[in-house]
Write a protein that binds this ligand. Structure first.
Ligand code: E4P
Length: 218
């Protein structure tokens, strides 16, 4: 499973990138607004830090303008994945941009049929939003499972399932169990994946016992 971080916070991206475990970044207009920075500047900077796909979202609603915006974003760096919304115009833009050789992430996916359409349109990534479905008392993880089954039924689809709107560590585990190819995770949740009180307790005990031996490795 690949790990993307879902943020436009360059400091958080740098820190996570240093672990060597970061495979990409996703942004959206809300995350760009939260960063308080110029969209093109921040995305350019992110592409300089992370080698993997960096999603940058179009904001037009009609296909021709989405395509134009997508081309501008794709020109920033080779690792840009143009993000388009799951609408008919978004699907048309997806098809046109993938035909031109650009990576496309189709976002705001809330149903298996939408994911089927995105795969037909040649999307590089489909982004089902788990947390926002859970917020409505629906089962976000069931959507990941359904998309996995459908995509596996049609091996000609090359679209990767990018589990998005992840809110907690259980979402990451369950997305991995369901066979998502990628999870895009907020920095705090990504960092929390390593934590377990028994790890801390066990390490403390090992170090206390080691100190009693008076030995050193180096
Ligand atoms: C994914 O690409 C989206 O940016 C993100 O996961 C949305 O998450 P949210 O529902 O927590 O805003």
């Amino acid at each position: 499973m690949k790990f993307f971080v879902d943020t436009a916070d360059i400091d958080a991206i740098r820190e996570l990138s240093e672990t060597g475990l970061l495979d990409g970044v996703t942004t959206n207009p809300s995350l760009i607004a939260k960063s308080g920075r110029d969209f093109i500047d921040v995305v350019t900077e992110i592409c300089g830090v992370v080698e993997g796909p960096v999603s940058a979202e179009v904001t037009a609603l009609d296909a021709p303008t989405m395509i134009e915006e997508g081309r501008k974003l794709a020109a920033i760096a080779e690792n840009i994945a143009v993000k388009v919304p799951l609408t008919w115009d978004g699907l048309k833009a997806c098809k046109a941009l993938t035909d031109e050789g650009h990576m496309v992430n189709v976002t705001l996916c809330f149903s298996a049929n939408q994911a089927l359409l995105a795969a037909k349109a040649g999307a590089t990534f489909i982004s089902p939003f788990i947390g926002r479905l859970d917020d409505m008392h629906l089962d976000g993880m069931e959507l990941i499972q359904d998309i996995r089954t459908i995509y596996d039924n049609y091996p000609e689809f090359g679209t990767e399932i990018l589990a998005a709107s992840i809110r907690n560590p259980n979402h990451v585990k369950d997305a991995a169990l369901a066979g998502a190819d990628v999870a895009t995770v907020p920095p705090a949740v990504l960092k929390s994946l390593v934590a377990h009180p028994l790890t801390d307790k066990g390490l403390e005990q090992f170090l206390a016992d080691w100190a009693k031996t008076g030995q050193k490795i180096l």
